[in-house]
Design a protein around this ligand. Structure first.
Ligand code: ZN
Length: 471
């Protein structure tokens, strides 16, 4: 029989979204996990199960009739580095994104000397922390319980999280150090507190999280296969496999998010769809049928190739923010793109976007037959109705043996940050609930305190791992 706190925490992972939306009440959660509220209260009083005794704030029951994870269950600091933009946010164990910020954009960040970009990441992290330190909702015992730092990148990483290929503009990135090592050095933190993840994979985990918290998920009986496309300055994809919730011997159900599996590939390059050659006949057809005032589709750049070399006719050379802005005659910056895709859109822009969708759809037929996903989710600045419409049309035309996947759009610019933060929470907290919460109350209290770094000042040199990490 699992400890009541562990059972409630597992229940929160499954029903948390419905509790947040008040479609499921606290009583139903306790009934579902088979724990009387009173025994949960006595087992987890120091962990925040009593409003009058907030303690380590692993649980937050301060609001009447409400229960959720408190900041003491850990906060992940996530930083996303695009070609020119930098986003930061804190993600808690409910998957809530706090203090999301856009830093001032700087063109071609990956062409910078690594130390310059790392310093920019550090500064952004410090500004985020200085803001969050004023937020009582995020403090446990007066400090921010930060689990660590995760950086979301737009460029390929190899199996050891080392930057891979010419996409990393500055050659020093490829000196052999992993991105995790570089972060650890720059932040002065142990390497196991520093994470790096590709944006498409982070978004796929965000999609898996949202799926496993939906009410439909509780009815899922078979494996769910989701493909996620990240359409930004580069074009990449990720596939995530989510099992139905399982019932361990004790009888309660455990979320499939804990075991959700990203297909990363033997060389960690699965999903690099940007480097598939485009179908020339589709390209010729799109160019032939284009309106007179729209320039032809021409290869712009592909991140697999040095800029001094000729651009290969890869998908990414046509499907990227740079390709579409250049085709429409504006500069390839995220501000210009945001202006172009703002609604209502010019017919030219709409047509250029639908061309991207058609090229994507035609190129994806092979991968789709191989993977047979139930859904394709588009994320990133080019995730628009025109792209999804043309993509669906192309896929329908191909007639896939398994039928057409559902094509969806996630417009939330913070989905990758959310998924990245949850990847860290999953590894450091969710998968170790037994080890953290089981056993005598005071021991679990100490283990919860050991999860985060207890940050009390924004300056990085004061971030310390103060308690031993739980086993
Ligand atoms: Zn390429």
């Amino acid at each position: 029989m699992l400890n009541p706190s562990v059972r409630v925490a597992n229940g929160l992972l499954l029903f948390g979204q419905q509790l947040e939306e008040w479609t499921v009440g606290r009583d139903r959660l306790f009934a579902a996990v088979g724990v009387p509220y009173t025994s949960f209260r006595s087992s987890a009083s120091e962990l925040g199960a009593r409003a009058a005794k907030p303690g380590a704030r692993f649980f937050d029951t301060a609001k009447r009739g409400r229960i959720r994870f408190g900041p003491g269950a850990g906060l992940a600091l996530a930083v996303q580095v695009g070609t020119d933009d930098l986003l930061t946010a804190l993600i808690d164990a409910n998957g809530t994104v706090h203090h999301a910020r856009f830093e001032e954009s700087v063109p071609n960040q990956y062409d910078m000397e690594p130390s310059v970009l790392l310093k920019r990441i550090r500064r952004a992290a410090e500004s985020l922390v200085s803001e969050a330190l004023f937020d009582d909702d995020l403090l446990a015992e007066g400090s921010l319980p930060l689990l660590g730092v995760v950086v979301v990148v737009d460029k390929p990483l190899d199996t050891d999280a080392k930057p891979a290929g010419p996409a990393w503009g500055h050659p020093s990135w490829r000196s052999g150090k992993s991105l995790r090592q570089r972060l650890a050095q720059s932040f002065g933190l142990p390497v196991d507190r520093c994470y790096a993840i590709r944006s498409a994979q982070a978004s796929a985990l965000g999609v898996a999280w949202r799926h496993t918290r939906s009410s439909e998920y509780l009815d899922q009986r078979n494996v769910d296969v989701a493909m996620v496309l990240n359409l930004s300055s580069s074009t990449s994809a990720a596939t995530v496999i989510v099992d139905p919730s399982t019932s361990p011997l004790s009888g309660e159900r455990v979320t499939g998010f804990l075991s959700a599996q990203l297909i990363v590939g033997q060389h960690h390059q699965a999903g690099e769809i940007g480097h598939i050659g485009v179908d020339r006949s589709v390209l010729a057809e799109l160019n032939k049928r284009r309106p007179a005032d729209l320039p032809t589709l021409r290869p712009y750049r592909c991140s697999c190739t040095d800029q001094s070399d000729p651009t290969p006719p890869h998908l990414e050379a046509f499907v990227s923010t740079g390709a579409v802005t250049t085709r429409l005659g504006v500069s390839p910056s995220s501000t210009e793109l945001a202006r172009l895709v703002r609604r209502p859109r010019e017919p030219q822009t709409a047509r250029a976007l639908s061309d991207l969708g058609a090229l994507l759809g035609a190129t994806l037929v092979g991968p789709l037959v191989m993977v047979d996903p139930g859904s394709i989710t588009l994320t990133g600045p080019l995730a628009t109705a025109e792209v999804s419409g043309a993509l669906s049309g192309m896929v329908a035309r191909a007639g896939l043996p398994g039928g057409e996947p559902d094509v969806r759009i996630v417009e939330d610019p913070f989905i990758a940050l959310q998924g990245a933060g949850l990847a860290m929470l999953r590894e450091r907290v969710f998968r170790r609930l037994d080890a953290i919460l089981d056993g005598p109350r005071l021991e679990s209290f100490e283990r919860v305190r050991g999860l985060g770094m207890s940050v009390i000042r924004p300056e990085l040199d004061t971030w310390r791992v103060t308690h031993p990490a739980p086993v």
